[in-house]
Every structure is written in structure tokens, then in C-alpha cells.
Ligand binder design. Sequence first.
Ligand code: C5P
Length: 232
Amino acid sequence: MGKDVIIACDFDSAEKTFAFLDKFTGRKPFVKIGMELYYAEGPSIVREIKKRGHKIFLDLKLHDIPNTVKKSMAVLSRLDVDMTNLHAAGTGRMMEAAIEGLTRPDGTRPILIAVTQLTSTDEETMKRDLLINEPIGEVVMHYASVAKGAGLDGVVCSPLEAGAVHDRCGKDFVTVTPGVRFADGDIGDQKRVMTPAEAKRIGSDYIVVGRPITAAEDPVAAYERCCAEFIG
Ligand code: C5P
């Protein structure tokens, strides 16, 4: 699986997104489109960014009954995204249905990864609100194993969990890790962060980087710095 830096395009309009992407006149970065931008602009934003030559991770985190997820994944697959995701909490059957929906007639499909437990959920909240009483690390690893069993390609996880996920699910099981900051940068609201170089050392396959690039004075230079540290 190729290592890459994915820029989180957390903008609320196409106008702001294109003003940002227009700065990249050389290499076209892999970009993540999340709920905010997708709900603001709809599928046309995906088609337009794709037309500009970017790879796309469509981060919509599907979670519904298997049949609904299967049919929705078929629609996303036709948008020709490169990567998309769902919640592992939807169960193995939902994840298998997602793969079925995502697979195109020619057998190809976007990379499909699972969210295990959101990093905004801590162990105490998980116990209190979800009645899950196992240690959170075990829960994350179990969800990763169920995702792998269902045929998914990998998980979104903290860079701190990437090594353990590879140990449990194999080195080819993809880890996509947000929470990346430069050593001399602002942490913002992220709690547990790693530099791109550390994420590389620990074995992340893709890093998702938002504000350290989108809010930088020179986003192209920040992106290039990320690539140099992470990909080499
Ligand atoms: O700006 P920043 O680098 O913190 O952006 C990180 C991106 O990764 C955001 O789009 C955020 O929603 C996403 N993300 C995250 N932590 C997770 C899952 C996704 O920060 N556990």
C-alpha cells in the first residue's frame, strides 16, 4: 500500500475549497472530503475535485442496516472515489454488505476502511453511554479484527495505535492516521499527536493532515514538508 499524505479539506464551501486547491500547481495532493463539505455541496464537489486530478478519500462514516449501506456504497463507488469509510460498530454483516455495494462490475473498488471507536470517545464514556466494559484498546483491536474478517482494507486510528493494529491484523492492513502535527506547530484541539516523521517510523500508511496545512501561511510549503518527513 503506497504511503501518502491526505489533506483534510475541512471547508464549508466549494469556493473556499477551490481557492485552497488552486495553490497547488505542481503535485496534486490526495484530499479528504468530510461531511461538512459534502453536505454543503453534494456529489458535484467530488466530481469536480476528481476532474482536477486529485485522489479522494470520502469520509462519510456510514452506519446503517446492511442493505442501506450496500446501496449507498454502490452510489459512492460510481463517484469514483479512491477511499471511503464506515463505522465498524455497524457489525461484520454491514461491512460485508458495504464491500458488495462498493465493488464495481469490473471487480475494482475504492479502498474501504473502518472507524473503530472515535478518538472523541474515551473509556469512561464508552462504559457509561455504550455499556462496553472492555478496555478501549481491546475494543479498538477487536473492531479492527472484525473489519479485517469482513474483507475491509484497514482502519482509521491514532498514530499511537498503528503499530498494534499492524501486529494484530498484518502489515498490509492499512492504517490511516489523523492527529498529525509538526514538531514546532500548534496542537489545537487534538490531544494525542505525532509528527509526520514519527508517524512514518511507527508504520502509518496514510496520514490525514488538516490545519497544519490548510491554516499555514504557505500551504504548499507545509504540504511539501509533510511529504518530505512522511514519505521521504
Ligand atoms: O486539522 P486536523 O489536522 O486536526 O484535521 C484532522 C482531520 O482528521 C479532521 O478532518 C478530523 O475530523 C479528522 N479526524 C480526526 N480524528 C479522528 C478521525 C478523524 O482528527 N479520530
